[in-house]
Structures are given as C-alpha cells and as structure tokens.
Design a protein around this ligand. Structure first.
Ligand code: ATP
Length: 135
C-alpha cells in the first residue's frame, strides 16, 4: 500500500515526521482523510486531534489552528500549536479546562472574551483526549 509522508510543524518546532497509510484531520469544512494520491489542496484546520494511521498503529496529535496542505504523496501541517500524546502535561490541561469552563459560565456569548475562552477550552479538551490515547 502506498503511503504518504507527513510533516507536522509549528512556528517553533518540528513535532512529527513519518509515513502514514492515512491522515485524518478536521478542516473547517469537515473531516478529511488523506491517502496517497489525494488531490492537492490547502485547508484551514480546526482544533482537533490529527490521526495518523500506519498499519495497526494509530498516533493522535493535538493540533490547534493552522493549515493542512496536501501535495502529491506528502501532507504538511503547519499548526499554531501541536503536541504528541507523551508531550502533554495532563495537569496543566485539566487546570486550563476548569479555568476556562468557570469563566465561560459567567460570560454571555456576545462578550468580547467569549470566543477566546471557548477556543482555549477546546485546546485543553483536545489535549486531554490525545493524552488519553497514549498506548
Ligand atoms: P495554558 O492556559 O495551559 O497555557 P493554552 O491553551 O493557553 O494553555 P497555548 O497558547 O495553546 O496554551 O500553547 C502555548 C504553548 O504551550 C504551546 O507551545 C503549546 O504546545 C504548549 N502547551 C499548552 N498546553 C500544554 C499542555 N497541557 N501540555 C504541553 N504543552 C502545552
């Protein structure tokens, strides 16, 4: 089976480099599965786990923001932040989740800070989900 090469980078560092049978990511227009031979495209990404499957192995990576670019036989993800399961500080993510949940409870949806806290809550939730996937 042909594989695609996957590179996940942030402005600060290279987070992941490897081969995959399929890469599954959540673009702004919905979930996307990329295998070798996929048509080239660029899409903004939502905050969500990116799943990298190779054989029986699946690696989840916590990704927030940025873009996914599909080239022939290559997938590049340039994310605002990205962490592997073993890099995630679970206590930090739990604290962030609780903090933003508390703030959001007393904020109206029209408040100028609402979206900022909602996005931060999403990042914390995705980090916890990915940390839990550690095998
Ligand atoms: P916090 O409120 O805990 O700082 P945050 O969502 O505001 O979280 P980000 O702005 O998304 O943090 O990320 C800042 C940097 O910290 C990035 O390099 C990101 O990879 C890292 N980071 C954030 N939370 C965690 C975590 N729980 N474990 C490991 N790295 C994290």
């Amino acid at each position: 089976m042909a594989t695609v090469q996957v590179d996940i980078v942030t402005p600060e560092r290279k987070v992941f480099q490897g081969e995959a049978d399929i890469v599954i990511a959540r673009g702004v227009e919905g979930e996307l599965g990329v295998m070798a031979g996929h048509i080239p495209l660029v899409t903004p990404l939502k905050t969500a786990p990116v799943r990298i499957k190779q054989g029986d192995k699946e690696t989840l990576i916590a990704v927030s923001g940025g873009f996914l670019e599909v080239r022939p036989d290559k997938v590049n993800i340039l994310a605002d932040t990205a962490e592997l399961p073993e890099e995630i500080d679970v206590e930090r993510a739990k604290k962030a989740k609780a903090r933003h949940e508390t703030i959001l409870k007393r904020l109206d949806k029209t408040d100028k800070d609402y979206l900022r806290h909602k996005r931060a809550l999403e990042r914390a939730e995705v980090r916890l989900q990915v940390a839990n996937s550690k095998s």
